[in-house]
Design a protein around this ligand. Structure first.
Ligand SMILES: *Cc1c(COP(=O)(O)O)cnc(C)c1O
Length: 421
């Protein structure tokens, strides 16, 4: 193997089959953007699309645009595009609401299925290290249901081992985030789903940190339901709506508590009687933000032209390169690579821990290298294969080396925290 230096990184960029996709995004010239796992980059056409929605569809079309501009169909139109990326199958996915809200709907519906089939099961398992909103939503749901429903937290090691200790006959539902947001640990969709099913429980996957980063086959894995967001790897824009997927097997019995008019079989009948729509519209609630949804479509359309196997291959090359450079060039500093080194356990980010993590990240951001920081002491670098290259990984690790060697993080401006880290 060639020596890993900047020239070799440039060579890897030159032979990168995804290189051209970088030009689909607008990023500032002087920035290396390693936070696309938190807020994806802006697709080139975003401003033009927003302008067209405001001036033409809203300004001129006015209310007619619900029909003539396809507004009413957007949750399904975009859902079909996501479905292609997550192996959902036709008619199973919609884009709507936020991940937190969709998780509440999916978990409610899953518990209702279990209440009919196995009413003694009242426990929800989820990862202790899950993104906190997922845990909070499940706790809120369990409180709302009362009646013995409870959330139990399990360690990531327990999940990876196939739940040797916790998947008892009290468990109704297991909610798992596919890639740990902090460490980047990836859980195996297929074998984990099989383990949950073998114990008589249902599984909901949260794909926030894997949709658009990995090849996913929900239907092939036999999963029950899934949720995820579009503003991270899918580049939908700040606060763009999330998605919800329900397997064909459960679709007809999917009953959710947020049963607003958009989930009705005939919303404009204005009937006082609720009847759920057939198909994926039954996961909806009410009117959606059309501006945000319209812009989110651009990110999905880019993915429509991408080979996800190539994305995954480049993602692993990028993270291997990052880890190798940290190992070889930063070994004289107290740095620990938190992200698993085995490919089968790694998502699309590299997280490293340093005792002064917050200040170090602040110093990096000051020079235009944007990652983020998560408690405790973790520097996170999202690797988005569509617009990040190998030379940028090299430059990032070299900047880190300079900051650490010269203690550039040890300055007052790097100790001040904003509301969002
Ligand atoms: C980003 C993320 C969310 C965000 O939820 P919102 O409702 O969009 O705020 C939820 N769960 C996981 C696992 C995430 O990574």
């Amino acid at each position: 193997m060639a020596t890993l230096d900047r020239a070799e990184c440039e060579n890897r960029d030159l032979s990168d089959p995804l290189r051209e996709f970088r030009y689909e995004f607008l990023l500032p010239e002087d920035v290396i953007y390693l936070d696309g796992n938190s807020l994806g980059a802006r697709p080139k056409g975003a401003a033009e699309r927003a302008r067209a929605v405001i001036e033409d569809e809203w300004g001129t079309g006015l209310i007619r645009s619900w029909n003539t501009a396809g507004w009413f169909e957007l949750p399904v139109t975009l859902g079909e595009k996501i479905s292609g990326l997550i192996g959902g199958g036709a008619g199973t996915t919609v884009v709507t609401d936020s991940t937190s809200i969709n998780l509440f709907k999916a978990a409610s519906a899953a518990l209702k299925l279990q209440a009919a089939d196995a009413p003694e099961r009242r426990v929800i398992l989820t990862q202790r290290e899950n993104f906190p909103s997922d845990i909070y939503m499940l706790q809120g749901l369990a409180d709302q249901l009362g009646d013995g429903y409870e959330v139990r937290l399990v360690d990531d090691t327990e999940v990876t081992a196939g739940f040797p200790n916790t998947l008892t006959d009290e468990v109704a539902l297991v909610v798992l985030t596919h890639v740990n947001y902090r460490t980047g640990r990836l859980f195996d969709l297929e074998s984990t789903t099989a383990a949950v099913h073998a114990a008589g429980a249902l599984v909901i996957w949260d794909l926030c940190h894997s949709a658009g980063a990995l090849d996913i086959d929900l239907a092939g894995a036999g999963a029950d339901m899934a949720v995820g967001c579009t503003y991270k790897f899918l580049n939908g824009g700040p606060g763009s709506p999330a998605f919800i997927w329900v397997s064909e097997a459960h679709q007809d019995r999917f009953a959710q508590p947020l049963s607003g008019w958009w989930s009705h079989e005939n919303p404009f009948e204005m009937s006082p009687e609720y009847a759920p729509a057939a198909g994926s519209r039954r996961y909806l609630t009410g009117t959606q933000g059309i501006l945000s949804m319209s812009v989110a479509e651009l990110g999905l359309d880019i993915f429509g032209r991408v080979d996800m196997a190539a994305v995954r291959a480049k993602s692993l090359d990028l993270s291997d390169t990052f880890i190798e450079l940290v190992d070889t060039r930063l070994s004289h500093h107290p740095i620990e690579v938190v992200t698993p080194r085995e490919h089968e356990h790694r998502g699309s980010q590299v997280s490293i821990a340093h005792p002064e993590g917050f200040a170090v990240m602040s110093a990096l951001i000051e020079r235009g290298i944007i990652g983020d920081y998560r408690e405790p002491s973790v520097l996170r670098f999202g690797l988005t294969p569509l617009y990040i290259g190998f030379a940028e990984v090299w430059d990032t690790v070299e900047a880190l080396r300079d900051i650490l060697d010269n203690r550039l993080w040890d300055a007052p401006q790097h100790k001040v925290r904003g509301a969002v880290t």
